[in-house]
Ligand binder design. Structure first.
Ligand code: PMP
Length: 363
């Protein structure tokens, strides 16, 4: 088991020590004689744990006090509906920046609730490479209520690393599902950010929303209560029974990250992992990544084999070499290696070794 590496995009690998800890505590959490799985979310112990969890997340991401943290249901897709419902009226207009699958999906959902100006920022170069329209040239409308974008497109492996610039005081909303906690974020640049948990935060079932408190006030009575930010805020994210186990794992991950030296320290490790893999790809005549360097994701490294017919053989032989889940998403094809916080450098080294052996065998 020890030298198996799981490159899944999500649900993704977890640190082994976290799983061992959860296993150890499973039957008897906090010496209560019961499992976390059977403990009431209203119990003093769980509420204490949750408060600590929020405190740790606030510390890790340096979240200012004008922002609140909501633990929600329904995944990031749930937020695709919740955002326009909470922040807009039907006659309002918004800008959705599209840089890949997930930002497009967010725009498509928002169209049910408001006027959406879809801004496609992907540029195909004549050489076939993918680039993006730089942020300062995004054609934002004069009257939009917010700008939504996705800083890390998990499927294509496209990232927008720069912080949001000044868009005439426009509210900026970011889908950080595949990048939250992997690098420092200047939260103050955003009105709201959100992320589902199953990549860097823990296991599926939890969606984190970090939002400026002043935005909680629009009280549209047609918003389903479970998606209503004011309702969630007023009930400390416990309007209904929360996904307690997902919250618990997230709490363990936050502590783990703090012990590792926080987000700054994991960011350095993440940079090292992705640079190592991209460097290998860029120096190979056998593999290819077609995204302009400055827009490449550090979390989801996508690439193709020059001979595409070898893709399935690559995935199959990788599994035999104990490297799992390298097959690209069906919407993109090719190969994708997700290098979230839990992936150690040794995993990336092993992947590069395999890629090199595979190249020698089939070139
Ligand atoms: N946004 C991004 C960037 C994602 O990577 C994903 C899931 N892979 C989603 C949204 C959808 O998340 P969920 O499945 O939790 O709704």
């Amino acid at each position: 088991m020890n030298n198996i590496y799981n490159f899944s995009a999500g649900p993704a690998m977890l640190p082994k020590e976290i799983m061992l800890k959860a296993q150890n505590q499973l039957l008897n959490w906090n010496n209560l004689g019961v499992s976390i799985l059977e403990l009431s979310h209203r119990s003093t112990e769980f509420i204490y744990f949750f408060k600590k969890c929020i405190e740790n997340l606030r510390y890790l991401l340096n979240i200012p006090k004008e922002y609140t943290i909501l633990f929600c249901h329904g995944g990031a897709r749930g937020q695709f509906s919740a955002i326009p419902m909470n922040l807009l009226n039907q006659q309002d207009t918004t800008d959705y920046i599209c840089s890949g699958f997930w930002s497009q999906a967010a725009a498509k959902e928002a169209k049910k609730y408001c006027y959406v100006n879809v801004i496609n920022i992907i540029q195909k170069k004549t050489c076939g490479n993918i680039s993006l329209i730089p942020m300062k040239e995004w054609p934002i409308q004069n009257n939009s209520k917010y700008i939504h974008y996705c800083p890390n497109e998990t499927i294509e492996g496209i990232a927008i690393e720069e912080e949001p610039i000044w868009f005439q005081n426009r509210k900026i909303i970011g889908d950080f599902s595949s990048t939250l906690l992997s690098k420092e974020i200047n939260i103050k640049k955003y009105a709201m950010i959100y992320a589902s948990a199953q990549k860097n935060v823990g296991v599926s079932g939890l969606t984190i929303v970090i939002i400026k408190k002043e935005l909680l006030c629009l009280n549209n009575k047609f918003i389903p209560s479970i998606l209503n930010y004011s309702t969630l805020y007023n009930s400390q994210s416990m309007f209904n029974t929360p996904a307690t186990f997902s919250w618990y794992i997230a709490g363990l991950i936050f502590k783990w990250l703090i012990n590792l030296g926080g987000v700054k320290s994991i960011e350095k490790k993440n940079n090292k992992k992705s640079s190592y893999l991209y460097h290998f790809i860029d120096h190979s005549k056998f593999y290819h990544n077609n995204i302009e360097k400055k827009y490449r994701s550090k979390m989801n490294v996508t690439f193709d084999l020059k001979n595409k017919e070898l893709t399935n053989v690559f995935v199959k032989e990788a599994i035999e070499y104990k490297l799992l889940a390298l097959k690209g998403h069906v919407a993109r094809g090719g190969i994708r290696a997700s290098l979230y916080n839990s992936m150690p450098f040794s995993g990336v080294k092993k992947l590069v070794k395999f890629m090199s052996l595979f190249e020698q065998k089939y070139h």
